[in-house]
Design a protein around this ligand. Structure first.
Ligand code: HEM
Ligand code: HEM
Length: 227
């Protein structure tokens, strides 16, 4: 059966395996912690009275950022491994089948569906082409960029010759130096936040108007279709 344009589909299909579902929620929660702490790093609260070391406010905000950053990065590494060993749906957010005309047709049809130009949404066991494209550009590639630019900034603290410097330090001059890298890193946050808001809206909307289950699928793994 074709993943993208299945016409004869059973009532329910097991789509998201447990590691994908677990990763989704770890990814979403660590992203929210990173966005909140990152925003406060970029736009700090007014200074508190007394010795900075006594309340250690910025230190704790940075600590939250770094703990969630490790969770975010290790989670994504595990997710890449699962794309290699998991089912066919586990690979969908890592590539776009742009060579297939039916994929483009599906993409434009989904756009029409979300623009209220058609009421019909074909059933897709995995991600519909629009979701797949959004996830590839605004999640997979952005996640890679946030991890690389984040660890490049982190290498400034660990110092030259550290593992972070060897692995990611080369990115700093490419992005225009430390300060410019912070700006790119923050821009990445706003892009990903935009994705997350639209993504949650579309996930809930698909549950109400679409042909198959949505939020329950990323919780329980099964996609159920309306007859
Ligand atoms: C989607 C995930 C992430 C988001 C939304 C995010 C967001 C941010 C933001 C908004 C800033 C402030 C930038 C500025 O000063 O203009 C920041 C700083 C920083 N982030 Fe991230 N970040 C993410 C992932 C990571 C990762 C994976 C690391 C890896 C360790 C990391 C390390 C850092 C470091 C070292 C700083 C600079 C801290 C400082 O100057 O005190 N970030 N982050
Ligand atoms: C309450 C919050 C959220 C809900 C209800 C939700 C819901 C969903 C649903 C229903 C799917 C399956 C979509 C489909 O079948 O095509 C999904 C997948 C996904 N979501 Fe979320 N989501 C939430 C938060 C987030 C956040 C904050 C992010 C990223 C920053 C995110 C990233 C993703 C990704 C990357 C996938 C693809 C999973 C995969 O195939 O590996 N989600 N989400």
């Amino acid at each position: 059966m074709n993943t993208q344009t299945a016409t004869r589909i059973p009532a329910a299909i097991y789509v998201f395996e447990a590691p994908v579902r677990l990763w989704h929620w770890v990814h979403a929660l660590s992203f929210l912690a990173l966005a909140a702490s990152g925003y406060l790093i970029a736009h700090p609260l007014p200074s508190l009275a007394g010795e900075a070391g006594d309340h250690f406010l910025m230190g704790n905000i940075r600590l939250i950022h770094f703990i969630s950053a490790y969770l975010f990065a290790v989670g994504f590494a595990v997710r890449i491994y699962w794309a290699l060993v998991g089912n066919r749906y586990a690979r969908e957010i890592f590539y776009l089948p742009f060579w297939r005309p039916d994929w483009w047709k599906g993409l434009f049809h989904e756009l029409a569906f979300y623009l209220f130009l058609t009421r019909r949404q074909p059933p897709y066991p995995g991600h519909n082409p629009l979701a797949q494209a959004a996830m590839f550009f605004l999640n997979t590639l952005l996640t890679l960029f946030m991890i690389a630019s984040g660890f490049a900034l982190y290498s400034e603290g660990l110092g030259s010759g550290s593992w972070a410097d060897i692995g990611f330090g080369w990115l700093l001059p490419l992005l225009g130096g430390g300060e410019a890298t912070q700006n790119w890193h923050e821009l990445g946050m706003w892009l990903m936040l935009t994705f997350a808001i639209i993504h949650i809206y579309m996930a809930v909307r698909a549950d109400i108007f679409g042909n198959g289950s949505s939020v329950s699928t990323i919780i329980g793994g099964w996609r159920m279709f309306r007859r």
